[in-house]
Ligand binder design. Structure first.
Ligand SMILES: NC(=O)c1ccc[n+]([C@@H]2O[C@H](COP(=O)([O-])OP(=O)(O)OC[C@H]3O[C@@H](n4cnc5c(N)ncnc54)[C@H](OP(=O)(O)O)[C@@H]3O)[C@@H](O)[C@H]2O)c1
Length: 235
């Protein structure tokens, strides 16, 4: 994958940063995004040690103008995009529907579902045959967890978007992968369930390894759905 160009939303920490490291090891040039400039700069300095080109740009995936500015930077710096990893995502506190504030509902849907749509729509003109889109969904795209209605709904919706996109892009030779990880030890659990048993969870590096293994397959084959769970189950 040497000199391929990859864009990773939420590439400043967690699973996104682990995927960025794994792609950097493969020799990909990268654009990483997130809202917080400090962690973006730190991640960017670390990734540069792999001898690749790294561009770090702050972007809020909920904001159409911010997303369009990001893709304009990709176009200016690299002229094309080979790999898009839609990874940015948020969870909400464990609250039943009756108690969930509408602001929390909107934040989660806007980030996880509309954000994936906005970034994909803006980036597609830069992608050609042989390109790959990976949408980091969750096992919550297929199974539901009580107290996580907005998260479950956003991921179920994003799976519908992903499956539609795959059919639309099939004739163009762009692969679309639905990534469905189970519990992975990242900061997202501080919101979702602070007391969850971290040691039974997967590491972000495990998810990154699976993603790279899917990306290196020959262009005439694809992993359409990539479900990875802790051996202990869904937790
Ligand atoms: N950890 C798990 O168990 C698990 C399992 C399945 C799927 N996932 C999915 O994996 C993805 C990454 O989550 P994670 O577990 O790595 O959690 P994390 O460590 O909290 O990372 C979330 C990432 O998303 C970015 N982000 C959040 N809102 C954003 C916005 N509006 N615009 C741009 N970037 C935004 C964050 O950066 P900033 O805060 O700087 O914006 C951060 O880089 C999410 O889509 C999550 O649903 C996680």
């Amino acid at each position: 994958m040497r000199r391929k160009v990859g864009l990773i939303t939420g590439g400043n920490r967690g699973i996104g940063l682990a995927i960025a490291r794994a792609l950097a090891k493969e020799g990909c040039d990268l654009i990483i995004t997130g809202r917080h400039r400090g962690s973006l700069q730190k991640a960017s300095r670390e990734l540069a040690h792999f001898g690749i080109r790294v561009v770090a740009e702050a972007c809020d995936v909920r904001d159409r103008c911010s997303v369009e500015a990001l893709v304009a930077t990709v176009k200016k710096q690299f002229r094309r995009l080979d790999i898009l990893i839609n990874n940015a995502g948020v969870a909400h506190a464990n609250l039943n529907v009756a108690e969930l504030p509408v602001e929390d509902w909107k934040e989660v849907i806007d980030t996880n579902l509309t954000g994936t749509f906005l970034v994909t729509r803006a980036a597609l003109p830069l992608m050609k045959r042989g390109g790959t889109i990976v949408n980091n969904l969750s096992i919550a795209a297929k199974r539901v967890f009580a107290g996580s209605s907005a998260y479950n709904a956003s991921k179920h919706g994003a799976l519908g978007l992903t499956d539609t996109l795959r059919e639309e892009l099939r004739p163009k030779g762009i692969r679309v992968i639905a990534l469905l990880p189970g519990a992975t030890d990242t900061d997202i659990w501080n919101t979702l369930w602070p007391d969850a048993a971290r040691k039974e969870m997967m590491t972000p590096e495990t998810i990154a390894t699976a993603v790279v293994n899917a990306l290196v397959l020959p262009e005439n084959s694809t992993v359409e759905e990539l479900t990875i769970l802790p051996t202990a189950g869904t937790l």
